[in-house]
Design a protein around this ligand. Structure first.
Ligand code: FES
Length: 273
């Protein structure tokens, strides 16, 4: 059983949990994920590792209470236990050798962009962290992101934090002002990652995206997470989740991510009853 050591609410429906999972913590690297089940009957859900502490033997996850399982997870408190917590799964992000990087996070994606930025910053890279949110009330991890970057740009869709812009506007401004990035790392909604990739393509800047596809087993067996990259079928759980954003078929990936919407909605309604 995997005990919840710490629970912190980051915004109205975004929760951070630190979980006691020493074997996962021993091997975890940025970019990897875990699959958990709240109880024996529960659905398996993948969540990216937001932070790990090898000494303490803990893993931090950050999730939005958006579906039936994440709502159920959000009801647990410190001291409660999760039934399964398997990982680390997927390939670690390849960050070696990067010196000037823009890390772009969108909404909850910032919870995953943050550890990537932190690792790069610790490795001595110059990191521009560009974080976009719908409004100022859902901004998360501002202090942590500031500490993990050389420059932090936070923008909102509605301008409620005083900086109305899209992450792609800021990225383009930085590139056009002469910043020479070795790579751009984009993590967030697929539509955002698609447009970040379209923004960097004309400049030929390597762009890495983290594909948050639907997952079931997380081991390459079920095919749930498949996507097309450079005309070939790949599995986000074993070949990714990081891929070259200029080669991903985002339109197909977005269509696939919507196929279980009716089932998700009825699971949410059942959870609320
Ligand atoms: Fe089943 Fe990737 S989650 S193949």
């Amino acid at each position: 059983m995997y005990q919840i050591l710490k629970k912190r609410r980051l915004s109205e429906n975004v929760v951070l949990m630190e979980i006691d999972a020493p074997y996962v913590a021993k091997k975890a690297e940025p970019g990897q994920f875990i699959i958990l089940r709240v109880d024996e009957e529960g659905e398996r859900i993948p969540l990216t590792i937001a932070e790990y502490d090898r000494e303490k033997g803990s893993i931090t996850i950050i999730f939005q209470e958006i579906g039936a399982t994440t709502m159920q997870l959000g009801l647990l408190e410190e001291g409660d236990c999760l039934h399964d917590f398997a990982g680390p799964l997927g390939r670690a992000s390849e960050l070696e050798g990067l010196k000037h990087v823009a890390v772009v996070g969108g909404g909850l994606g910032c919870a995953i962009a943050y550890p990537q930025a932190k690792k790069l910053h610790e490795m001595g890279a110059e990191v521009d962290l560009i974080a976009g949110f719908r409004n100022k009330d859902i901004i998360i991890l501002e202090d942590e992101m500031r500490a993990a970057s050389t420059n932090l740009y936070i923008c909102t869709d509605d301008g409620s934090n005083g900086n109305k812009a899209l992450v792609t506007d800021i990225l383009k401004q930085q590139i056009e002002s002469g910043k020479k990035y070795d790579a751009v790392i984009a993590i967030g909604p697929m539509i955002m990652m698609k447009f970040v990739s379209l923004t960097t393509k004309p400049y030929g800047i390597k762009t890495i995206v983290s594909m948050n596809s639907i997952m079931v087993d997380g081991t390459g067996m079920c095919g749930g997470c498949r996507l097309t990259v450079d005309g070939e079928t790949k599995f986000a759980c074993v070949d990714g989740p990081d891929f070259d954003g200029h080669l991903v078929d985002f339109d197909e990936a977005m269509r696939r991510s919507r196929i279980y919407k009716p089932q998700e909605q009825s699971a949410i309604e059942a959870h609320r009853e």
